[in-house]
Design a protein around this ligand. Structure first.
Ligand SMILES: C[S@@+](CC[C@H](N)C(=O)[O-])C[C@H]1O[C@@H](n2cnc3c(N)ncnc32)[C@H](O)[C@@H]1O
Length: 212
């Protein structure tokens, strides 16, 4: 079921990098994965735009969305880079802090109680994680180091039938960075995943085998 108009309005109002069509594909994948009755994991909260959609799917199924971010921004979001937003710099600290905007966005969406936000580095959090999960959405750092760390840290926790969703997958280097694409290829070549759908750069895979 598509998100309600008020959820979509909160999504559109939130800062972030998720276009509507890809967001709806993420929401559909999350709704299906949530039927497993397991948590939905997001790597890369930023200001909560995609989190709102995961949280809406989690609410519908009575599960929890867990979103992980250190909230200091990725490389390309730092001052002087293409995706920098000066409004999310903490003037006292002099560094990015997207946590306040995230909290405001989630509150505006009325979805706070369906989300656990973890402030930390993805590999560090993954190393502490032990439970099976229904969905892993990789939208964190887009370097090879970070994208690979997200895959290696979180994909092994996916239950059979769970969804691996990867954002910013570009086969052609002219369209964007290649790290998410390399992770996507690696997942398919592992034999543990089958592709379910692709909506522009957002690819949904299902765990159908072992050996991630
Ligand atoms: C592209 S943004 C996420 C966009 C968001 N999903 C949306 O819909 O707008 C990437 C986020 O990943 C976070 N990030 C990058 N590397 C990380 C890491 N190693 N651990 C945790 N968060 C990380 C950054 O702080 C940034 O907020």
């Amino acid at each position: 079921m598509a998100p309600k108009p008020e959820t979509l309005a909160a999504f559109e109002a939130a800062k972030g990098f998720m276009p509507l069509d890809e967001g709806l594909a993420l929401h559909a994948a999350a709704e299906e994965a949530a039927r497993l009755g397991l948590p939905l994991i997001e790597i890369g909260t930023y200001c909560g735009r995609s989190t709102i959609l995961l949280a809406d799917a989690a609410r519908g199924a009575g599960v929890t969305a867990v979103t992980v971010d250190h909230h200091r921004g990725s490389e390309e979001q730092q001052p002087g880079w293409e995706y920098h937003d000066p409004e999310v710099v903490d003037p006292e600290v002099g560094r990015m802090d997207t946590l306040p905007a995230f909290r405001r966005a989630l509150h505006a969406a009325g979805l706070e109680e369906h989300v656990v936000a973890v402030v930390g580095r993805s590999p560090q959090v993954a190393a502490l994680w032990a439970a099976p999960v229904g969905l892993v959405f990789i939208d964190g750092g887009h370097t090879d180091e970070h994208a690979t760390g997200d895959y290696e840290g979180w994909a092994p926790h996916l239950a059979p039938g769970g969804a691996l969703v990867i954002h910013d997958v570009f086969a052609d280097p002219a369209d964007g960075g290649q790290a998410p694409y390399r992770v996507y290829r690696r997942a398919l070549e592992s034999g543990a995943f089958t592709e379910v759908s692709a909506t522009r750069s957002l690819h949904v895979l299902r765990r159908t085998g072992r050996g991630v």
